[in-house]
Design a protein around this ligand. Structure first.
Ligand SMILES: Nc1ncnc2c1ncn2[C@@H]1O[C@H](COP(=O)(O)OP(=O)(O)O)[C@@H](O)[C@H]1O
Ligand SMILES: [Mg+2]
Ligand SMILES: [Zn+2]
Length: 235
């Protein structure tokens, strides 16, 4: 890691973290090394690479509001916090966040992503519809992006947020790409966080049974209440 090397080569590489800035405990948990190499700059770069949309850059699990009598959102936030805290990139255990528009799914998904990045893992946010548009555009010979690079970036991410599945247009090639991506995560035992407005029947109709059954194998499902959280705040 570049951060380990001092410019004049005088500083010895940290024996605890090997200059990486992070240490992995025998139970697999990751923490910052006492040498202080893991600094805000590395975190900033990880956030940059994760492509979190501007609207959600400042959203955190801690800023997800829960009204006094709002047991459902309280449980969602608790579950999300514990998921982020115990996240392991080599276990495929992911989440499906399901609920109506505006119920807070993307807030929770990006909130988890932030926590996971802060623990030193890599992650990537993609909106499914935007991703399909990028993939389609990549066929254009003028395009700056190549399809293999887009897919490789997705595969590399230790945590993938796959936002708004079921909102993309229903075309055969799109259905195939989505299956390919979900199945790749499955086969490489890498977790995925899916958000969707659709129930299983709608997802199966749009994306096929194969995608739905893969997601069930890989993911726990969190269902968001449709009531507006701003009302619950007042109760
Ligand atoms: N419980 C909550 N506390 C704070 N902000 C919330 C909460 N639920 C939703 N929001 C905010 O409302 C907006 C819509 O939420 P979003 O996560 O985009 O919903 P969804 O992805 O389910 O459509 C976002 O700006 C989000 O931060
Ligand atoms: Mg959303
Ligand atoms: Zn160190």
């Amino acid at each position: 890691m570049a951060a380990a090397e001092s410019k004049n080569g005088e500083r010895a590489v940290c024996p605890h973290c090997g200059g990486y800035g992070l240490v992995v405990a025998p139970d697999g948990s990751v923490s910052k090394c006492a040498c202080g190499l893991w600094d805000e700059e590395q975190y900033r770069v990880a956030v940059e690479r994760a492509r979190i949309p501007a609207r959600f850059r400042s959203k955190r699990l801690a800023t997800f509001k829960v009204g006094k009598s709002d047991a459902a959102r309280r449980e969602i936030r608790r579950f999300a916090e514990s998921y982020a805290k115990t996240f392991r990139p080599t276990e495929e255990k992911g989440l499906v966040l399901r609920g109506g528009t505006g119920s807070g799914k993307t807030h929770i998904a990006t909130g988890i992503l932030h926590e996971v990045l802060a623990r030193g893992y890599s992650g990537l946010y993609v909106n499914v519809s935007n991703l399909m548009a990028r993939l389609q555009h990549s066929y254009d010979p003028e395009s700056a992006e190549r399809q293999e690079d887009i897919l490789a970036e997705i595969e590399r991410a230790e945590l993938l947020v796959f936002d708004d599945l079921g909102a993309e247009s229903a075309k055969d090639w799109i259905r195939d790409r989505i299956y390919l991506i979900v199945n790749n995560r499955y086969e490489s035992c890498r977790p995925i966080l899916v958000t969707t407005n659709c129930d299983d029947a709608e997802l199966a109709a749009r994306n096929g049974d194969r995608v739905v059954s893969r997601l069930h194998e890989m993911c726990a499902v969190l269902t968001f209440p449709d009531e507006d959280y701003r009302f619950l705040e007042m109760r």
